[in-house]
Design a protein around this ligand. Structure first.
Ligand code: SF4
Length: 479
């Protein structure tokens, strides 16, 4: 029988008052055995919650009374209590197949589970989706979901997933859309396989079969130095340009047929192609911001608004490629945007007393990936003006993964440490929190492994301006 293991209990919460402790296992709530945090959330909503708890092999019943809708205050070790549905595909572009050996085991999990799609925005191919899953998604209105489309041609999709069910599993997409479930799609483009005429054909297939799709992101494949797939290679500039041009042509067609653009190329494509990013309002609300679509323009707008003194709510951080493997937030399906980072546990809002601006200005180095540096570079002069001193970028090459991997979210401590070791002592160093998950880099290290103290800053333009403008830096800088 699946059980939910308690990772931590919020101080002063109803769960703490009831005596629940880290390590306890929740066997049932209100008499229901739970499969995942979605069912957990539904059950704990009531004002009176009946729990069956196991501690050290002993089971006991507890009744917790609280306000209806209030959280119990439990952080659970996993979002899925039974078994995560793993994928039975063998995509040649799969990034998990391209990880170096020796990373923590959870990073190698290849999930294809609609629940993780709902909870964390992971993409599912639907090749293992079942009738029972369909009934649950529709019955519990579990949307939005995120579906990997890649190609609508059955043969091409089969080739890309290396799974015969790839040819037919998009029928679930049709049924889910017909049932009114909000779904966002993604196409990972592999040059020579699903770009060019195949991409054109896929977008025609989307218009024909899936016009209710909310958005569709087109992203380039990542090729790390550990790829063992000779067919998989980075785009040339001409190929990247052709993809962006196809997307733009289809935005016009979708807009005239459906009244919205529907398809968007990722920021990485504009960088690869050497094109300017579209205007912010051409992203129709940046719904796939977390997938790197419209992130650059959003970041820029946040920086400019914060520099102008406007009070804008940050859009939120990209949760990171591996966000789903590190537990389930206590406060709901998706961790809320709060002053204390739910992933790092580090408070990025309150930084102690203000320090005299005149006496304590220090130079600021902003740590970022190579692609991030290209987005941030035009903003550096204005940031320097706000800081009243020198602000510079520290682009970190990703030697750990190698290949064409340039996004900030995949930086490891080893590469950040190499870059920081070449930088002077005494400067301030800002580290975007997207590189950390629960305080750890992808290689398992913490910021303690770095040769210079760093200030962890939320990965949005508003937080960056605040951090840069802080006169003496963060007295809590971690080293
Ligand atoms: S479906 Fe996803 S996890 Fe599975 S092989 Fe393909 S890319 Fe990898």
């Amino acid at each position: 029988m699946p059980a939910a293991r308690v990772l931590s209990v919020a101080p002063g919460s109803p769960a703490e008052d009831a005596g629940i402790a880290a390590g306890d296992e929740i066997l049932a709530i209100n008499g229901e055995h739970l499969r995942d945090v979605i069912e957990y959330q539904l059950q704990v909503d009531a004002a009176e919650v009946d729990l069956e708890v196991r501690r050290g092999g002993l089971e006991q019943q507890l009744v917790i009374r609280k306000q209806e809708g209030a959280s119990l205050g439990l952080e659970l070790a996993h979002a899925v209590f039974d078994r995560v549905q793993t994928c039975d595909n063998h995509c040649p572009f799969c990034f998990i197949h391209q990880l170096p050996k020796g990373m923590r085991r959870s990073l190698y999990l290849q999930d294809d589970d609609f629940r993780l799609s709902f909870l964390y925005g992971n993409f599912t191919t639907l090749t293992r989706f079942t009738e029972a899953d369909f009934e649950r998604v529709v019955g519990e209105r579990l949307g939005p979901l995120y579906v990997s489309i890649h190609a609508t041609d059955p043969d091409v999709r089969t080739r890309l997933l290396r799974n015969r069910r790839g040819a037919t599993s998009l029928r679930w997409l049709e049924l889910l859309l017909d049932a009114g479930i909000e779904i966002h799609g993604q196409i990972v483009v592999c040059p020579g396989i699903n770009d060019g005429a195949v991409l054109d054909d896929t977008l025609l297939g989307v218009l024909d079969r899936f016009p209710q799709l909310a958005t569709l992101g087109v992203v380039p494949l990542g090729v790390s130095a550990h790829s063992r797939e000779p067919e998989m290679r980075p785009h040339t500039i001409a190929e990247a340009r052709a993809v962006v041009e196809i997307v733009h042509a289809w935005q016009t067609r979708f807009a005239s047929a459906l009244g919205r653009r529907l398809v968007f190329a990722s920021d990485e494509y504009y960088l690869l192609a050497g094109f300017d990013f579209p205007a912010l309002d051409a992203y129709d609300g940046c719904v796939q911001h977390e997938n790197g679509i419209g992130m650059a323009r959003t970041f820029e707008a946040e920086v400019r608004a914060a520099l102008a003194g406007d009070d804008v709510a940050p859009t939120g951080v990209r949760s990171g490629f591996f966000a789903a493997v590190d537990g389930a937030p206590a406060e709901g399906y998706r961790a809320p945007r709060v002053s204390r980072s739910p992933r790092t546990g580090v408070d990025f809002k309150s930084h102690g007393p203000e320090i005299d601006a005149g006496s304590m200005r220090r130079r600021v180095g902003i740590i970022t990936g190579e692609l991030g540096a290209r987005v941030l570079a035009p903003l550096v002069p204005a940031l320097g003006e706000r800081a009243g001193g020198a602000v510079r970028l520290i682009p970190v090459a990703n030697a750990f993964f190698g290949g064409n991997i340039g996004v900030t979210g995949l930086l490891t401590s080893a590469d950040v440490a190499t870059a920081l070791a070449a930088e002077p002592e005494g400067d301030r160093y800002l580290l975007p929190d997207v590189v950390l998950s629960r305080g750890r880099f992808l290689d398992g290290q913490t910021v303690a492994a770095l040769p210079r103290p760093v200030e962890i800053v939320a990965t949005d333009g508003t937080a960056l301006v605040r951090a840069v403008a802080r006169p003496g830096g963060d007295p809590q800088a971690r080293s």
